[in-house]
Ligand binder design. Structure first.
Ligand code: GLN
Length: 472
């Protein structure tokens, strides 16, 4: 393999025609991972990649063909693969080995995908830069002095650097779309419940979803098709019989103008406008919409999410999972283990979460956030009665420098301003690269985000393909 295949679809053709074997493909990716070690996209490259590829070749030779058979993928470190370490990039789970496969992993194994390794991330998926990893940050392949975004920064960097054909990430408030935007790849946050969370380490259970990072919209669609579906192990999954929105020829796209025009980098805004023009040129209608509650989405997210984080991370008590610190008593053990296991960002969020849930403040914060969540849902659903999709930039800025925002958590949280709404109300959203800008002489990508009503992934794929030039 001299040059890596451009997409999964391309690799599929090469594998099916026998031009390339899964072993050769895997070998090429292992070499590429080694070459781009400087990026620190992977926390571990698996020792059985060649074995997995050989098994795929046997299945291909036997005439089997699945879209992902023999395709080398990377997996975020918070998704369980039986027998493998899954650490969520935390000291707390440094040596923790998964005892079962996440449902998505079971499905991909069934298809014969080849898992290259586990990718770096912000600790327990909390962050927007991968700098919160307990094992060192990942670098942006397009400019290694910049962050790849987060929390699925390792997955995005691996795909962008051709060190994986595609990857899995998780998105609680933007963690697939924002790194996809920073690294110039495609990222899909599926409808809440359309992909099983079984085997995904919980961050905010009412917000979390697993999704693909890929080199094309078509690839993201393929990967989504392989992992989606109802699951008896996750009671929040959507039944397979639920009606999905079918693709159409012409769409109406709503732009929340006043929201989009505030605090967005002018070059990002210019790229966004070019994207709208491309959609118009392809025959779609672009209209202005008013979504006044979007201005409250970030504050709402930063109450609901830490509340759920504080509950979900209570399981790390030094007894059942991961790190154990001896403190001489049960409470002592608890303090020692959690004190040593969690980095600053999980601690900050656990503190925030327990505060907003505490009896004296519950109504003022958590209760209020739940009411705000309903207002946001009502507002966006109202707009979806007149438009098929809502467009915004994915992020207000391009990839920022390593270290630029680490001492200012609020500046970091502002990165999520456009992405959190989709999680708050559970609808799907896609980030596609569209347009570029130049910083310090380096060309950087810009992400264009599209949000659709529940189970409207097909709308996103059709419109996203227009923006990436994959449209017919
Ligand atoms: N950047 C957001 C946060 O820090 C999103 C995280 C995520 O989606 N996992 O909470």
């Amino acid at each position: 393999m001299d040059t890596p295949p451009k997409t999964i679809a391309h690799a599929r053709t090469l594998l099916d025609t026998g031009e390339l074997t899964a072993c050769e493909l895997a070998e090429g990716y292992l070499a590429r991972i080694e070459q781009r070690k400087d990026l620190h996209a992977y926390l571990e490259v698996f020792d059985d990649v060649r074995e997995q590829a050989r098994a795929a070749d046997v299945r291909i030779a036997a005439g089997e063909s699945h879209p992902l058979l023999g395709i080398p993928l990377a997996v975020k470190d918070n998704i369980l693969i039986e027998g493998r370490v899954a650490s969520s990039a935390s000291k707390m789970l440094e040596g923790y080995r998964a005892t079962y496969d996440a449902t998505v992993v079971r499905k991909l194994k069934g298809e014969g995908a080849v898992f290259l390794g586990r990718t770096n991330m912000d600790e327990f998926a909390m962050g927007s830069s991968t700098e919160n990893s307990a094992f060192g940050c990942t670098r942006n392949p397009l400019d290694p002095t910049r962050v790849p975004g987060g929390s699925s920064g390792g997955s995005a960097a691996a795909v962008a650097a051709d060190a994986a054909l595609a990857a899995l990430g998780s998105d609680t408030g933007g963690s697939i779309r924002q790194p996809a935007a920073f690294c110039g790849v495609v990222g899909l946050k599926p409808t809440y419940g359309s992909v099983s969370r079984s085997g995904l380490m919980a961050m905010g259970s009412s917000l979390d979803v697993i999704g693909p990072l890929a080199r094309s919209v078509r690839d993201a669609e393929l990967l989504f098709g392989a992992i989606r579906g109802a699951d008896s192990l996750d009671a929040t999954t959507v039944p397979d019989t639920a009606p999905r929105i079918s693709p159409r020829e012409r769409y109406t796209i709503g732009v929340p103008r006043s929201f989009v025009e505030q605090g967005v980098d002018p070059d990002v805004h210019a790229a966004f406008e070019q994207g709208l023009t491309a959609l118009r040129d392809a025959g779609h209608r672009v209209v202005d919409v008013s979504l006044p509650t979007l201005a409250q989405a970030l504050a709402t997210y930063y109450i609901i999410m830490p509340a759920e984080v504080s509950a979900n991370l209570a399981r790390f008590d030094g007894v059942r999972y991961g790190l154990h610190g001896d403190g001489g008593s049960r409470i002592g053990d608890y303090k020692r283990s959690r004190g040593a296991g969690f980095g600053p960002e999980p601690r900050r969020r656990i503190l925030l979460g327990t505060y907003v849930l505490s009896s004296g403040y519950y109504d003022a914060y958590y209760g209020q956030a739940m009411r705000a969540r309903e207002c946001i849902r009502h507002d966006i659903q109202g707009v979806f009665e007149t438009v098929d999709a809502i467009a915004t930039p994915t992020t207000p800025t391009p990839a920022f420098k390593v270290g630029e925002k680490t001492s200012d958590p609020l500046a970091m949280y502002l990165e999520d301003i456009f992405t959190v709404s989709a999680n708050i109300i559970g609808v799907p959203a896609l980030s596609v690269p569209h347009g570029t800008l130049v910083r310090d002489g380096v060309t950087l990508p810009v992400g264009f985000q599209l949000m659709a009503p529940e189970l409207g992934e097909a709308t996103l794929f059709t419109l996203g393909a227009v923006l990436t030039g994959e449209g017919s």
